[in-house]
Design a protein around this ligand. Structure first.
Ligand code: UDP
Length: 234
């Protein structure tokens, strides 16, 4: 079993088909899966996205300044982090939200050593506000934090069960990769995550597993090293 993982959950996933906001039922399902892996003895850190509320690039298109839009995007990840914290604590597990943008009343500031200490004590750590910088994504924040805390693997939970040669929702001939390298992802232009995040993982040899969290128990299966989804190697 993996001892320490970084789990990336997109904001869109938390909206669970509603398109906007947080789905009250689904967030508890996600929280339960996280609690299950933590109880099984795996140290879990989570990076949450914010696309269910606000996405910098999209808002820029309607005439907003990119930096202002990204600030709003980062704040939206804090909303998700608090919602997830609440749901995990309802499941009886201690958690800490650590924000890359300081807001003492709401969350702890991100301090690497303190994050590691929380993990060692069995607390689920939720990283909010991405990297704290505009022009980045929460996928990049996930790769960065995974490396900082020494996670063995980056787990990207999505609504699709891995990486496909084309969009499986549009192209029935699309096939799923069991393994693929970061270089191939870049070469084929697969929309798995943005290129900054891909290069960061590639340059630092951080493996990633992309899997579907639609089926219950998948998170535990992945942490127990069952072959699921797509393994991305450096
Ligand atoms: N964002 C940012 N810097 C970061 C992480 C996120 O500026 O380090 C902003 C950016 O505008 C992004 C938004 O926050 O669009 C929400 O994050 P993201 O799109 O990665 O969320 P997800 O797609 O995972 O829901």
């Amino acid at each position: 079993m993996y001892k320490r993982v970084l789990l990336k959950i997109s904001g869109e996933a938390l909206a669970a088909g509603r398109g906007f906001g947080v789905d009250a039922v689904f967030i508890h399902q996600v929280a339960k899966e996280i609690a299950d892996i933590a109880r099984a003895g795996c140290q879990v850190a989570v990076v949450v996205g914010g696309g269910n509320f606000f996405r910098g690039v999209a808002e820029q298109a309607i005439g907003m300044d990119r930096v202002a839009a990204d600030h709003m995007g980062m704040l939206s990840t804090v909303i998700n982090a608090i919602a997830l914290q609440d749901a995990i604590e309802k499941d009886g597990l201690p958690t800490r939200v650590m924000s890359a943008i300081e807001m003492h009343e709401v969350a702890e500031p991100y301090i690497r050593r303190r994050a590691i200490r929380h993990l060692e004590k069995g607390r689920v750590v939720i990283f909010a506000a991405g990297t704290g910088n505009p022009y980045f994504s929460t996928d990049t924040a996930a790769s960065l934090r995974a490396m900082e805390i020494g996670a063995e693997v980056l787990l990207k939970a999505t609504s699709v069960d891995g990486i496909y040669s084309a969009d499986p929702k549009k192209d029935p001939a699309a096939t799923r990769y069991e393994t693929i390298s970061y270089m191939e992802i870049l070469r084929l232009g697969l929309k798995v995550m943005d290129t900054t995040a891909v290069s960061l993982c590639k340059d630092n040899n951080l493996p990633m597993i992309i899997f579907s969290m639609r089926e219950r128990g998948n998170m535990l299966r992945v942490v127990q090293k069952e072959e699921l989804g797509t393994l991305v190697t450096a």
